[in-house]
Design a protein around this ligand. Sequence first.
Ligand code: ADP
Ligand code: MG
Length: 270
Amino acid sequence: MPAMPSPLHRNPITSAESPAVGVTIEKLSKNFGRLQALKNVSFDVEPGEIFVLMGPSGSGKSVLLKHIVGLELPSAGRVLIEGRDATAEGTLESVRIAMVFQAGALFNSLSVYDNLALYPREHRLGTEPVIRERVMRALQILSLENSATKFPSELSGGMKKRVAIARALVMEPQLMLYDEPTSELDPVMAATISEIIATLKDEYHVTSIVVSHDRELALGIADRIGILMGGALVYLGPPADLKSPADPRLADFFHPQIDLKNPRFKNLET
Ligand code: ADP
Ligand code: MG
């Protein structure tokens, strides 16, 4: 990853103590009709860790993330947050979990400032001046101070992703979930987002689960990587072990070979 100037080494946002939380995925299976989207998946995410969940398109990454925030319910198995079943009453309310959705999920009718202020206003987390300070700090951390009055339609893809992360930060989360935070970004912006995720972990001790098929991001910032294929966990371990994987499925995923003698798309030739 190229060295990036860090916008983050100013004004920590978290004033309150917010211990990072651990997450356990325990024999998790999910069926949609006859489709087995998740097959008996188990792993632990340690408090404060950056865990990157990888895998080809359709392998079950987003479905797994949705189980952590209760947007999907398991067909079998459990998700534990700090040892408590995510589906049990009160578990999700007891931890501050922020999810950065793939498309940003910003409200187009609200300015950047009002998008960020929405959560603290709805949860009455302070008077308007207190909320203002929190929002402006999150914007500053992501170098978005000058975009507070803009609307989502006026922002580039990279800026929208940064606004989505800033909005999550305003919650002072203990657990950050990211779904494809670098998709559709150019390599420089993707590296910046990677650096932001890594710095948030270092400075705020947040636990991060990042769903991505961005190999640069995974190898650059992950403490550990899990790889899903067809709903099953086929790898769990540190990034270093993926440099030259023995498993041919992993080798192909990380270093796809294009066989010029046997082009798969030869039917396209005229
Ligand atoms: P990805 O790894 O690309 O994020 P997903 O987790 O979104 O993949 O999806 C895994 C599989 O589950 C896909 O085949 C997808 O079509 C299917 N799927 C996801 N959500 C639903 C749903 N709500 N109903 C039916 N099938 C779904
Ligand atoms: Mg997905």
